[in-house]
Design a protein around this ligand. Structure first.
Ligand SMILES: Cc1cc2nc3c(=O)[nH]c(=O)nc-3n(C[C@H](O)[C@H](O)[C@H](O)COP(=O)(O)O)c2cc1C
Length: 218
């Protein structure tokens, strides 16, 4: 492998965040008294049937996940961008930290009403689902790790591993070629990249990986 001469110039930079683009999720949780909360987040990825969620330790969502260990990961599609944006800069935590208040956050009790979203009962968890989301993943926390901050006064960030026990999908995105499949051409996830909202472009290229039958991963 030859290096050096052919490489284009790159800048060395020190970005404050590395949010290169991930799907947005609306995390629905409940506290130990059964009070529901809903929060937008996007530090999420899936491996097999486990979702890994990165949540700030000061959020009500983290407190709820620590208390009850269950959630619904609702995935909004592109057309829900307005509702998702209304939830930005809100927290279900009554006492808003100075840091968050300075950034523009405020306490909001009825996030569902504020965003115009409808809560429907979960089937395997007590946290409600967001009816408007085309994908609703019910799951329970089965492992947890913490990422300590340099500043000892700050709460750690949590990495929650959530085992997905039930998957609900809207008819529009269910594949016609298999009952247990999503039609990737019709699923239009909302993406966040460096704090801005995007959609997915069109399918770009035939996929060699897609020659593997999805059932192989089960
Ligand atoms: C599109 C979007 C993505 C976000 N992604 C995350 C995230 O991945 N992790 C996180 O801790 N906060 C994220 N936030 C900020 C949380 O929504 C914020 O901390 C909120 O106050 C959490 O609500 P809660 O305190 O009621 O749980 C995101 C916000 C928006 C609007």
């Amino acid at each position: 492998m030859s290096t050096q001469q052919l490489l284009p110039d790159h800048y060395v930079i020190d970005p404050a965040i590395l949010y290169f683009g991930t799907p947005v999720a609306l995390l629905s949780t409940i506290d130990s008294a059964g009070e529901p909360n809903l929060a937008p987040m996007s530090s999420v990825f899936w491996f097999g049937k486990t979702a890994v969620l990165g949540m700030g330790g000061g959020s009500q969502t983290s407190a709820n996940l620590l208390a009850t260990g269950e959630c619904v990961i609702n995935l909004p599609s592109e057309e829900m961008v307005d509702a998702v944006d209304r939830l930005a800069l809100t927290t279900g935590r009554r006492v808003v930290s100075d840091r968050k208040r300075q950034a523009g956050y405020r306490y909001l009790q009825d996030k569902w009403g504020w965003a115009g979203l409808t809560a429907v009962a979960g089937e395997t968890v007590n946290a409600p689902r967001v009816a408007e989301c085309a994908v609703q993943l019910e799951g329970k926390v089965h492992a947890l790790s913490t990422m300590a901050k340099d500043d000892p006064a700050e709460r750690p960030t949590y990495l929650f591993q959530v085992r997905i026990d039930r998957v609900h999908v809207a008819p529009q995105i269910r594949s016609r070629s298999g009952v247990n499949r999503i039609d990737a051409d019709r699923w239009r996830p909302l993406i966040m990249s460096f704090q801005q909202f995007y959609g997915l472009g069109r399918r770009l290229h035939p996929s060699r990986l897609a020659t593997i039958d999805e059932e192989w991963y089960r």
